[in-house]
Structure formats: structure tokens, C-alpha cells
Design a binder for this molecule. Structure first.
Ligand SMILES: [Fe+2]
Length: 136
């Protein structure tokens, strides 16, 4: 899954951070599929978590500054995402025979891939529309 123009919210920093998130997610999915080592996968998950936190904080700051009324919905979704990521991290840290498992790959797809596409298209896009309607 790659970032494409349909996912453009129209806010430069947000879009470039989304692209970076896609890159990191793709790296993680690839690492899981290729059964790479647990330490590598743990490291990637941590990176993804850190990056998502920075990105969400920035998005929310931007929303606050522009008086965006949908900020609570955003905060809720961001929080849920970080919770799912924490669950994924816990699952990834469980001892296992192989370096990774099918289960982990399925969870990752559900937690990060499906979420981000859905979130950008349905929720972040509304913020982009809001800014455009305000001429910002
Ligand atoms: Fe968001």
C-alpha cells in the first residue's frame, strides 16, 4: 500500500508526514512478512509509535490554532490508534518460535494499514476541507 494523491489532505506538513507514516508502515509490514528478527520489528514499532505521537500532536496543535470544531473526534481517534499500537507492541513482544507470525502480520494490517487510510480519508480530509472553507 502506497500513499497516493487521493490521500492528499491539502496541508503540506500533514501530507508529508502521512507519506512518511506510510513508508514506515510499509517497512514494518515487509519486515513481518519476511520474518525478520524480533528486535528489528520491535524497533520499527517503537519508531512508528514515536512518529505517530509527533504527527498527532502537530495535527492537533494546528486544529487548535485554527479553531477546528472536529478536534475532539480527532483526539479520540488518535488515542485509539495509539492504544491499538500498544496492543500490537505487546503482541509483538510475546515469545514465539519464528521471528514473526501470521497473526502479527494480520493484526498489523488491521491496526495500522486499515486505520490510517480510513482516518485520512474520513477524518483528516474534513480538517483540510475546513481550512479551505476558511481560506486558510
Ligand atoms: Fe488525524
Amino acid at each position: 500500500m502506497e500513499w497516493n494523491e487521493k490521500l492528499a489532505v491539502g496541508i503540506k506538513t500533514v501530507d508529508s508526514q502521512h507519506k512518511e507514516l506510510f513508508k514506515r508502515i510499509n517497512n514494518l509490514v515487509r519486515a513481518i512478512k519476511e520474518h525478520r528478527c524480533k528486535s528489528e520489528i520491535d524497533g520499527m514499532l517503537k519508531f512508528l509509535d514515536d512518529y505517530a505521537r509527533v504527527h498527532f500532536a502537530e495535527e492537533e496543535k494546528h486544529m487548535k490554532e485554527t479553531g477546528y470544531p472536529g478536534i475532539e473526534e480527532q483526539r479520540e481517534q488518535h488515542k485509539k490508534y495509539l492504544e491499538s499500537l500498544a496492543e500490537l507492541k505487546a503482541e509483538a513482544s510475546l515469545p514465539r518460535i519464528k521471528c514473526s507470525s501470521y497473526d502479527l502480520s494480520a493484526t498489523t494490517n488491521q491496526v495500522v494499514v486499515v486505520w490510517i487510510v480510513d482516518h485520512i480519508l474520513k477524518t483528516d480530509m474534513k480538517f483540510g476541507d475546513y481550512l479551505r472553507s476558511k481560506g486558510k
